[in-house]
Ligand binder design. Structure first.
Ligand SMILES: *Cc1c(COP(=O)(O)O)cnc(C)c1O
Length: 383
């Protein structure tokens, strides 16, 4: 059985899922908004739309993002897409040729690694630490790849509440990253599903898009984590050359992002439901993050390490070297707990002793129990 099959079985405490926790979801309000959309908008709510979304929906989202501190420049357009994952594929198809290199954080979002493989490009992994991507290593590795005759086209980064570690890239590094991208004429893909619900507000961070003066940052967001993943609605802010290319792809593959989802997102922004979801998510997930950290301290074998997530849904835990988390997974599943083995997040096959756990989805009791079971299972392997 491969890991995706294993994770699809019925599991009591599923910490492998990418699902956001259900507490912040605003069932009643979204239901009211949906009803309102169809009544107020009439046929338009049930029709096709332009490929990149209705202009007034785009305008509402654009104003919302500007209000949140994202600064666009004169070359930029905001378009809607059928979700963040499709934004990644459309963008990679638009800018990457087979064999092109794309810088990724190491570890990085599995979905991005899969997409890189799909377009036959090559990942160039750069280590991270508590302050995000280690920019010191970045220029050296880019130069090396170029000297070896390769094209380095883009940097894919999830700088804020990074999936899978939850770290935030420091502003100094963000500025250096943009400088390097400018110097070597490299595009920057800023994947930002979590930027609006960071838990600890002590650390200030500036969106890479805001730091971008040359129109080379492709900013991606999604309503999945700030309203509801079921809407399948995302957005991209990028240079018009890129949004035009993506527009053609949406036209031929999807026609348009869901019309109903566009209206729901627009009304949800206007009626404060997005902000309410974000506020609830911050509170609930922060509490769960704290419970997770306490449980890790209590139950993980000594020598284990982890990042304290500053936001998002996930934590990344390193167990002692002798624990192979891929081999351990069937044992954990037998005991009713699932996680994602660390190898899936690395382009170079490392991470054999790491795991990603989703702390936002399980209840607090299940979270404690899940970590206890993982800890016990790991300790049995070490003995
Ligand atoms: C959740 C997530 C996305 C997008 O998810 P969609 O549901 O497809 O919008 C993109 N990137 C990262 C890092 C994510 O965690």
């Amino acid at each position: 059985m491969d890991i995706y099959e294993m994770l699809n079985t019925d599991i009591k405490i599923n910490m492998a899922f990418g699902y956001p926790g259900s507490e912040p979801l605003q069932h009643k309000k979204i239901s009211k908004i949906l009803h309102e959309s169809i009544i107020n908008e009439g046929e338009a709510a049930l029709q096709y739309t332009p490929a990149t979304g209705l202009s007034y929906v785009r305008k509402t989202i654009k104003d919302y993002l500007i209000n949140k501190g994202i600064v666009m420049n004169e070359y930029d357009e905001l378009i809607l897409t059928p979700g963040g994952m499709s934004s990644i594929y459309y963008t990679f198809f638009s800018i990457l040729n087979p064999k092109d290199y794309i810088v990724v954080e190491s570890p990085t979002f599995t979905g991005a690694l899969d997409a890189i493989k799909f377009v036959k490009a090559k990942p160039l992994p750069i280590d991270i630490d508590e302050d995000g991507l280690k920019v010191d290593n970045l220029e050296y590795n880019i130069k090396k790849a170029i000297n070896d005759g390769n094209k380095v086209k883009a940097i894919y980064t999830n700088p804020t509440a990074h999936n899978p570690t939850g770290v935030i890239m420091s502003d100094d590094r963000r500025k250096q990253l943009i400088e390097i991208a400018n110097k070597y004429d490299i595009l920057v893909i800023e994947d930002d599903p979590y930027g609006f619900f960071v838990f600890d507000t002590d650390k200030r961070f500036t969106s890479l898009k805001t730091l971008d003066s040359e129109g080379r940052v492709i900013y991606m967001g999604t309503f999945s984590k700030i309203l509801a993943p079921g809407l399948r609605l995302g957005y991209i802010i990028a240079n018009k050359i890129i949004t035009d290319a993506i527009e053609s792809m949406i036209t031929i593959t999807a026609i348009n992002p869901s019309t109903l989802s566009q209206y729901i997102a627009m009304y949800a922004i206007k009626e404060g439901v997005v902000d309410e979801t974000i506020e609830n998510a911050r509170k609930v997930y922060r509490k769960k993050r704290d419970v997770l950290i306490e449980s890790l301290e209590e139950y993980m074998p000594s020598g284990s390490e982890w990042y304290k997530p500053k936001g998002g849904l996930f934590a990344f835990v390193y167990l002692p070297k002798e624990v192979d988390t891929t081999e351990m997974l069937p044992k954990a599943i037998e005991r009713g707990v699932a996680y994602v083995p660390g190898r899936n997040f690395f382009a170079d096959g490392s991470g054999s002793n790491a795991m990603r756990v989703n702390f936002s989805y399980p209840s607090i009791d299940k979270l404690k129990e899940g970590i206890k079971i993982i800890g016990e299972t790991a300790k049995e392997i070490i003995k």
